[in-house]
Design a protein around this ligand. Sequence first.
Ligand SMILES: Cc1cc2nc3c(=O)[nH]c(=O)nc-3n(C[C@H](O)[C@H](O)[C@H](O)COP(=O)(O)O)c2cc1C
Length: 431
Amino acid sequence: MSRKLKGYEFYERILKSPKYIVAPMVDQSEYAWRILSNRYGADLCYTPMLHARLFSQPDGKYMKENWQTGSEDKPLIAQFCANEPDVLLAAAKLVENECDAVDINLGCPQHIAKRGRYGAYLQDEWELIAEMVKTLNEGLDIPVTCKIRVFPDVEKTIRYAKMIEAAGCQLLTVHGRLREQKGHKTGLADWEQIRQVKQAVSIPVFANGNILYLEDIDRCIAATGVDGVMTAEGNLYNPGLFTGKHYASWKLAEEYLQICRDVPNSSTVSAIRGHLFKMFKPCLHEHTDLRTLLAKVQSLDGMIDLVAQLKARLVEVSGGAEEYNPEGGFETDEAGFRKLPSWVLQPYFRVDGTLKTKPTVAEIVEETDSAATKECLTKDEECLFSGESKTPGATLPPAESKAVDDAGEPDTTGTKKRSATSNAENVPKGT
Ligand SMILES: Cc1cc2nc3c(=O)[nH]c(=O)nc-3n(C[C@H](O)[C@H](O)[C@H](O)COP(=O)(O)O)c2cc1C
């Protein structure tokens, strides 16, 4: 059987009809995390975004630092950002025998993507997008897929999706947010736009956005008719999300650290720190001494020791339960969100409540220009920039640490302002 199947044949026979999908996440969907996610129900994972031009450099340095896969990856899609078809093809060729498809990032909304002319900033360059998709479709032995954001006008989104399909894209992920929905303007994803795109194209479609619990995935499929659902933050804060369970955070943290130990170079100290901050987010404010320590630890052994200390404290509260499964089901608050104890993995609600409110398009567009000049980093940007210290020595072991904010914790609210450090390639280091 030829590997180069199209559309639904590719989706069913190569990808095995995935429903639960882990999003591409810079510095966070690294191999160790994919192994953990696969063990807890993920059907398909994406690599973090890779920069095509750096990846295809003859010295192979960037590729060596950023490419990792192995027998515990299930179906795997490698994601690239690019704006030159030939360069993209050259980079994709280097991995076509080690993954199942190559995805083009057309959704990154960061200012650094604007400067670098990639991600969602290609939304206005349809000819270039078509050329990149066509070049990969014709030149690769594996299919090409794309991840897009939506336009304010659903008709335009549909035309955009159909253009990408016509160019040779074999599977489309629709993140139901506008390019302007970032940082404190993140708001909710628009499932209705996703539904209409799904109806308009013939290739498989994944929906992305608004997933807090396992049940949301079925709700999303029912509302949109998509073939699978991708989650980023839902998976980061609760890597057990696809099982429908709320495990003790220390349990999955221990397992993740064991993977990091067992599989050499499968993660970095920077990535591990980011994961631990998110997994322990609900309880770290109760253990500020350990939170400060987590910001400083420089080695895998140090991380393991820290998690052991935190576990000892959490077990005192939980009695050692590995899972929170109250008789009679989960209690919910007035908004319908689960009440969960701080020792379990759970979705994170941003302080500004962006998951609960949706700004109007007018509000978003009105504030976009001023927001851009303020260099207010998005949640994606925070994560991307948080990989800045990933250097050749930063794979484990030993490792360098990443920058965290003054409180010793990455700013996941997207509301803090930092200056967006520029670099020559306009790519976040570590991608
Ligand atoms: C830490 C982090 C890193 C991300 N990196 C990427 C990336 O490399 N490529 C990409 O297309 N999107 C990236 N994103 C965006 C996600 O893939 C996803 O589209 C977005 O977070 C919305 O999904 P969610 O609501 O499930 O979080 C990133 C998001 C996060 C939180």
